[in-house]
Design a binder for this molecule. Structure first.
Ligand SMILES: Cc1cc2nc3c(=O)[nH]c(=O)nc-3n(C[C@H](O)[C@H](O)[C@H](O)COP(=O)(O)O)c2cc1C
Length: 412
């Protein structure tokens, strides 16, 4: 048959179909084969081009929920040198997912398989609430940062409880923390936290009293000494009332802002070290209200909490300060601007026992944390952040790991 006998438009249509199928196949292959460059330079920018910050976030949660993140299933390459033990809990590695990604515990099982050493869900409020009006998440590309003013959008404690109840397994190799918040309209913050502890405490390894999100009016005031003491006493007694074995009770952590002044930091450290409240650890830090002069992105003036690269130094300084103020006697989870193994290790060197990240996923995609089993000698295919981190901790002249650091400094 000669070309002239082909139906009109046949060649054009066929070309479109072949090119489209080729593009889909290429994308699937690159996605599936776990090419770091493809994810960072093509896939994530394409997502950002077509979807705003919140839609991309929703899609990522859905991908985690339906098991699309860990591309090659459950076969992880283990780095035994990264195994860490804190609070008598074993972590396969010290790098965890920070609060705010899976606010409503939709994707606990999928996230467990994504390569993180632990995951934190929330913030959860007692009653469901919609949060602030949209748009409320802004990507600051040039600064590798995000500003968010979600304002604790939450499905509420009832929904989260039933999801956690079916997903939580006490001795799972990936521990789960739950971050607690208060309802915007609540007039009794302590009651809000107490309700959440009672409902969610039995289904997690640790609970976080979050008094540092900048998007709920009055929340950060709870970091002030008097209020904090009363709040921690209420939360501790709610934990003590949980009907469960002593060793299974969730640990109590406090998450603080990076914007505290020296006196406020000292007050918080003193309160947390007070045996009366038995706080088990600190998460340092939440997002900042500060806006460094170097920010270049058009969204830099948006209201909300800033996270990512511009927060890195401030939060590391804050970790260092809290480590000093608590005399190394309280495990700290360092959080803020971690985007590489080097960043993670800086937090450890500043005094953290564990590390968390969130914003770097927005730019690097989940791939940079996912790692795959591919046998010995195949290091280039394992997670870049883990590879780099393990490299730093191994070559550091002090040769201390998070767990040895803690055991040598722990007091009481
Ligand atoms: C979009 C977004 C939502 C967040 N939501 C919460 C939250 O609900 N509760 C909370 O304690 N922290 C929340 N955070 C703060 C992070 O947990 C983390 O403390 C902060 O972003 C610093 O880490 P990063 O620079 O690695 O993102 C959120 C952060 C972002 C970017």
């Amino acid at each position: 048959m000669s070309y002239s006998k082909l139906p009109r438009g046949y060649i054009a249509k066929s070309t479109v179909i072949v090119v489209s199928l080729g593009t889909v196949a290429f994308t699937a292959m690159q996605f599936g084969s776990g090419s770091e460059r493809f994810h960072k330079e093509i896939f994530m920018p394409a997502m950002h081009r077509y979807f705003d910050g919140e839609k991309t976030h929703r899609l990522a949660v859905a991908a985690a929920k339906y098991g699309l993140l860990p591309l090659w299933g459950r076969n992880y390459y283990e780095y035994p040198e990264l195994n860490t033990r804190v609070w008598d809990i074993d972590f396969r590695n010290p790098i965890g997912l920070a609060a705010g990604f899976d606010k409503d515990a939709e994707a606990v099982n999928g996230l467990r398989r994504s390569g993180f050493g632990f995951i934190e869900i929330g913030s959860v409020t007692p009653l469901p609430q919609p949060g602030n009006p949209r748009p409320r998440v802004f990507r600051l590309y040039e600064d590798q940062a995000v500003i968010n003013r979600y304002g604790f959008n939450s499905a509420g404690v009832g929904t989260v409880r039933s999801r956690l109840k079916s997903a939580f397994r006490p001795s799972d190799p990936v521990p789960v923390g739950v971050n607690l918040g208060k309802n915007k309209e609540s007039t009794d913050a302590r009651l809000d936290y107490e309700i959440c502890v009672g409902q969610l405490g039995p289904f997690c390894d640790y609970l976080v009293v979050n008094v540092s999100s900048p998007n709920t009016p009055g929340l950060r005031e709870l970091q002030k000494r008097g209020d904090l003491e009363k709040l921690l006493a209420t939360v501790k007694s709610a934990i003590d009332r949980l009907e469960m074995d002593e060793e299974r009770r969730p640990k109590l952590l406090l998450k603080v802002a990076p914007d505290l002044n020296a006196a406020e930091r000292k007050d918080i450290a003193t309160t947390c070290m007070n045996k009366k409240y038995r706080v088990d650890g600190l998460i340092v830090s939440n997002t900042t209200l500060g806006r460094p002069a170097e920010l270049r992105s058009e969204h830099a003036g948006e209201a909300g909490g800033l996270s990512g690269a511009p927060l890195k130094e401030t939060s590391t300084e804050c970790v260092r300060d809290f480590y000093r103020l608590t005399k190394g006697g309280m495990p700290i989870i360092g959080c803020g601007g971690v985007a590489s193994g080097k960043d993670a290790y800086e937090k450890i060197r500043a005094g953290a026992s564990l590390v968390q990240l969130y914003t770097s996923l927005v730019y690097g995609g989940f791939l940079f944390i996912v790692w795959r089993h591919c046998g010995a000698g195949c290091g280039s295919l394992t997670s870049p952040i883990m590879r780099e981190y393990s490299c730093f901790s191994a070559t550091d002249s002090c040769r201390f790991s998070a767990s040895t650091r803690l055991s040598s400094f722990r007091v009481g």
